[in-house]
Structure formats: C-alpha cells, structure tokens
Design a protein around this ligand. Structure first.
Ligand code: HEC
Length: 120
C-alpha cells in the first residue's frame, strides 16, 4: 500500500503534455512579434514612416493594414512574385520571422482603419 501509485496522475500529465504539444506549434505559427518588429521597422521608416503612416503618397501606408496582407506582400517581394526594385531589395536579406514581426508591428499601428473616408 505504501508504494501504491496514484492512478489519476499519469493520465492528467499526459493530457497536459498533449495540450502543450498542440499549443506550441500554433503559437509558433501565429509568429509575429510587434515589439521585435518595431526595431526592425527602423529600416523602413524613411519611406513608410516609423509607424507606417507614410506622409509621402509615393509610399503606401502600412499602419493598420491587415497583418495577413502585409505578410503576403512581403513574402511576394521576397520570392520576386511581386516585383519592385526597392522592396525586392529591402526584404532580400530578411528572414521569415523578420517578415512576420514587421507585419505584426505595422498592422498594430493606428492607420488605415482610422483614416476618414476620402469624401469626408
Ligand atoms: C526607399 C523607400 C522604401 C523603403 C526603405 C521601404 N519601402 Fe516598402 N515600399 C516602397 C515602395 C515604393 C512601395 C510600393 C512598391 C510597389 O508598388 O509594389 C513599397 C511597398 C511596400 C509594401 C506593400 C504595401 C501594399 O499596400 O501593398 C509593404 C508591405 C512594404 N513596402 C513594407 C516595407 C517594409 C517592412 C520595409 C522595411 C523592411 C520597407 N517597406 C522599406 C518603398 C520603400
């Protein structure tokens, strides 16, 4: 009796590990870290503005854009599926994580969704 194990412990631990194993890849997929993106975005500030609110209409506004759209655009520049000499060069040496962090940073800024409609 002294050496009896608590039968309920192991299944609970197993369930916990299974939950963790399911959760970790999901977290890794979510990926983008806006704080890390803020630092990386310094390279983009001269054209897109520090927070993605470009003041020069020559450069698209990134602030408040959908994160998935930004990530898609950056991946397309990286793969050369979308061609622009400036942007192809900008992302050439960036990692997939860099792209995710940048997309997370710019999409979390106030911008597009707060901009009044053009006819207001
Ligand atoms: C020298 C100026 C310049 C710099 C620096 C620059 N960009 Fe751009 N960016 C542009 C221009 C010009 C375009 C529009 C290109 C096109 O028509 O595809 C653009 C387009 C984009 C787009 C697509 C926007 C959309 O609405 O489709 C994203 C996303 C983007 N840039 C992110 C970045 C990021 C992130 C950085 C920093 C790593 C950066 N840019 C640095 C000039 C710049």
């Amino acid at each position: 009796m002294m050496h009896a194990r608590h039968p309920s412990r192991r299944p609970r631990l197993t369930a916990c590990l299974v939950a963790l194993a399911l959760l970790l890849p999901a977290m890794a997929l979510a990926g983008g870290d806006p704080d890390a993106g803020r630092t990386k975005a310094q390279a983009c500030a001269s054209c897109h503005g520090a927070d993605g609110n470009a003041t020069n209409p020559q450069f698209p506004r990134l602030a408040g854009q959908y994160e998935s759209y930004l990530l898609h655009a950056l991946r397309q520049y990286k793969s050369n599926a979308r061609k622009n000499p400036i942007m192809n060069g900008m992302v050439a040496n960036l990692s997939e994580q860099d792209l995710k962090d940048l997309a997370a940073w710019f999409s979390s800024q106030k911008g597009l969704h707060d901009t009044p409609a053009a006819d207001e």
